[in-house]
Design a protein around this ligand. Structure first.
Ligand code: BTN
Length: 319
């Protein structure tokens, strides 16, 4: 039996009897019972109560390809090929290795990642049905030097969309962490793929904490926050809005680069006016926001320096 059929039948968080599930899924009650182990494989908690049946502890709005595409303006929809997988090692890794070029933008979403990857080799905690794990592959003219600006633009797209669904105070922590009330809501991982000819093939990955549970996060080494703490937006509506905004911003970025995004980005700078230091270097100063390429400006006592996101990591002093 397709595990997703069982999970869809239980996604409402209500009790469903074995025989009801058997009829809905076209299998015997015994087959239903046997297939329940897949819930545990996916880390989903459920209970079995005699006389009532089975239920998930909590409902899930499963990602739905049709409803996500429906939520995107047709002008953008036709430029996208979108797939949703139940489980994958990493949506970025999957798009990096796939040779299928099915559309201008290949979009891959997963309910769960077994080896979700964050920046700087960190793990990205990716439990089933809880968050957004989204990767987009497309071609980008220009060399790797444009990547700094690109990853900032993606953070900005995220910030614009999220701020339309929450009243919380939202900031961008250079290069591209989306912060809500000082805690990390989302991050972006941009990777280059293959050999460059006239354009680079880029895979950008977005991880957004939607409904993360504290016991799943022991390995996360910084304060984090989930969107559902301050918003009632559904996961599918959120993904539609995010994809549409990404396409709008990527079109602008591909035509005109980062310069037109600079002012918007600096308006959300988490480090603005704070004393910051470059990890592993002597460089300490006050953040002056980003330049027209997306490099961070550090105003030190002995002069102004710029640093590139690919090269360094920055912290506020005393954090
Ligand atoms: C960060 O460290 O802030 C970047 C996190 C990026 C996580 C996303 S989830 C979807 C895509 N697949 C991955 O393995 N990583 C990115």
């Amino acid at each position: 039996m397709d595990p997703m059929s069982l999970i869809s039948s239980l996604a409402d968080g209500q009790f469903h009897s074995g025989s009801e599930l058997g009829v809905a899924l076209g299998v015997s009650r015994t087959a239903v019972w046997k297939s329940l182990s897949v819930l545990s494989d996916y880390g989903l908690e459920f209970e079995a109560v005699k006389g009532k049946g089975y239920r998930l502890l909590g409902s899930i709005e499963l990602l739905d390809q049709g409803s996500i595409l429906q939520g995107i303006d047709p002008i953008f929809r036709e430029r996208v090929h979108l797939s949703v997988l139940p489980v994958v090692d990493s949506t970025n890794s999957e798009l990096m290795k796939s040779d299928v070029v099915d559309s201008e933008f290949s979009v891959l979403l997963a309910e769960m990642q077994t080896h979700g990857r964050g920046r700087r080799g960190r793990e990205w905690v990716s439990p089933f049905g809880k968050n957004i794990y989204l990767s987009v592959r497309f071609d980008l003219p220009g060399g790797p030097e444009v990547l700094a600006g690109l990853s900032l633009v993606v953070g900005l797209s995220l910030a614009k969309v999220v701020s339309s669904f929450t009243k919380s105070d939202l900031k961008l922590k250079w290069p591209n962490d989306v912060m809500v009330d000082g805690r990390k809501l989302a991050g972006v991982l941009v990777e280059l793929r293959g050999e460059a000819t006239t354009a680079w093939s880029v895979v950008l990955g977005v991880g957004l904490n939607y409904d993360m549970e504290a016991d799943q996060c022991a390995v996360i080494d910084q304060p984090w926050v989930s969107l559902c703490e301050s918003s009632t937006v559904g996961r599918n509506a959120l993904v539609s809005a995010l994809l549409q905004q990404l396409l709008i911003d990527l079109d602008e970025f591909r035509q005109r680069g980062f310069a037109n995004f600079r002012e918007q980005w600096n308006g959300l700078d988490f480090f603005a006016g704070k004393e910051i230091g470059v990890v592993g270097q002597e460089l300490v100063g006050v953040s002056g926001g980003v330049d027209s390429l997306g490099n961070l400006i550090i105003e030190a006592v002995d002069g102004v320096s710029t640093v590139n996101a690919g090269e360094v990591s920055v912290r506020t002093r005393n954090s």
